[in-house]
Design a protein around this ligand. Structure first.
Ligand SMILES: C[S@@+](CC[C@H](N)C(=O)[O-])C[C@H]1O[C@@H](n2cnc3c(N)ncnc32)[C@H](O)[C@@H]1O
Length: 298
C-alpha cells in the first residue's frame, strides 16, 4: 500500500470520517450506518454490496474497519451512469475534477441555463458523463435520479444556493480507496453477480429499493427497469440460496407484510430500526420511518 495513502487510511481510525458518498442517493444509508454496522459480522472473507447506490455502508466500513485490509469488495449496481462515475473516480480522477470545477463555475454563473443545457447534452464521453452525473445529482431537485422511458434523466432543477459540486478532497480520498484496496466495480443485476462470485463466509449487504409502504409512495424507479414485487421475490429466493451456501447476509427493507412474509424463515433475526428518509417531497414524511434489518446469523 502506498505510504501517503496508508497514513490517510490510518487517520480514519481516530474517528475522522475520511470517506463519504459522492452522491446524494434515494434510500442512502448515511444516517443509519452506525446502527447497521453493529450488525455487520466481526469477520468475513469478502464484502459484497450489489445495490451500491451511494455506498454509505462501504465507505463507513472503510472508515472504521481499516484493520481488515485483506478483503475484496465487490461493488455493483444496475445503474450505468452511477457505475461509470465510480469507474472514472477510480481511473481518471484528475480529469474528472478539472471538468467538475468548470461545471461548478458555469453553474454558479447561471444555474438554470447551465443545468438544462447540461441535462440535454448528449455527449457520450465517459469522463463527461461522470461529471454530468455528479453535477446533476448535486443540483437537481432533492438529489433524485429518475429517467424517462427512453432512459433520459428528467429530474428538474433543485433549489440550492452554491452547492459544492466539486468536492476534490472526497473524490481523491475515494480514488485512493478504490485504487489501493482490493475493489471490484461492476455494472449489473444483483443476481448474476452474487451467484457467480460469492463463497461461504462472504458478507453481503443487500439494500434494494424499498417495498413501498403505501402504494402511492412508490419511489422505485432508480433506473427505467423499476423494482417491483417480482423483483422482491427474486431477491428473497436468492437470499435463501446464499444462506444455504454459507454466506452472511444482511438486508435492509421497509416494514411491510410482503417483506415479513418473504423472509419469515429468518423471523428470529429481524430487527426494527428507526430511519430518516431525506428524499421525500413532503417534509412531514421525511422522518420517523421504521425499517427492517434482516440477518441470517446471530
Ligand atoms: C436503496 S438504493 C441503495 C442505497 C445505498 N445503500 C446507499 O447507501 O446509497 C438501491 C439501489 O439498487 C439499485 N438497483 C435497483 N435494481 C437493481 C437490480 N436489479 N440489480 C442491481 N441493482 C439494482 C438502484 O440503482 C439503487 O442504486
Amino acid at each position: 500500500m502506498h505510504n501517503e495513502f496508508s497514513n490517510l487510511y490510518k487517520s480514519s481510525s481516530i474517528g475522522i470520517n475520511k470517506f463519504h458518498p459522492f452522491v446524494k442517493w434515494a434510500g442512502g444509508k448515511t444516517r443509519l450506518t452506525s446502527v447497521i454496522e453493529r450488525h455487520v459480522p466481526k469477520n468475513f472473507s469478502n464484502y459484497f454490496e450489489p445495490f451500491l447506490g451511494g455506498g454509505a455502508l462501504f465507505f463507513h466500513l472503510k472508515n472504521t474497519r481499516y484493520e481488515m485490509k485483506d478483503f475484496t469488495s465487490y461493488l455493483s449496481d444496475n445503474n450505468p451512469e452511477l457505475i461509470n462515475a465510480y469507474n472514472i473516480i477510480k481511473n481518471k480522477p484528475q480529469k474528472l475534477i478539472a471538468l467538475l470545477r468548470e461545471f461548478e463555475k458555469n453553474y454558479y454563473n447561471n444555474p438554470r441555463e447551465f443545468y438544462y443545457e447540461l441535462r440535454n447534452n448528449k455527449l457520450s464521453d465517459k469522463i463527461f458523463l461522470a461529471a454530468r452525473f455528479i453535477t446533476l445529482n448535486k443540483t437537481c431537485y432533492n438529489g433524485l435520479y429518475r429517467v424517462n422511458k427512453n432512459g433520459l434523466f428528467n429530474v428538474p432543477l433543485g433549489n440550492y444556493i452554491k452547492p459544492k459540486i466539486c468536492d476534490e478532497e472526497n473524490l481523491l480520498n475515494i480514488n485512493g480507496i478504490l485504487k489501493n484496496t482490493k475493489t471490484i466495480i461492476r455494472l449489473g443485476d444483483f443476481e448474476n453477480i452474487l451467484v457467480k462470485n460469492t463463497k461461504s463466509n462472504d458478507f453481503i449487504y443487500l439494500d434494494p429499493p424499498y417495498d413501498p409502504i403505501d402504494r402511492t409512495s412508490n419511489f422505485t424507479s432508480y433506473t427505467n427497469t423499476g423494482f417491483n414485487i417480482e423483483q422482491q421475490k427474486r431477491l428473497s429466493d436468492l437470499f435463501h440460496i446464499l444462506d444455504c451456501k454459507g454466506c452472511k447476509l444482511l438486508l435492509s427493507n421497509s416494514d411491510t407484510e410482503t417483506i415479513r412474509e418473504l423472509y419469515k424463515d429468518f423471523s428470529n433475526n429481524i430487527l426494527k430500526i428507526e430511519s430518516i428518509r431525506s428524499i421525500n417531497s413532503k417534509p412531514e414524511k421525511r422522518s420517523g420511518h421504521v425499517e427492517l434489518l434482516i440477518k441470517n446469523y446471530k
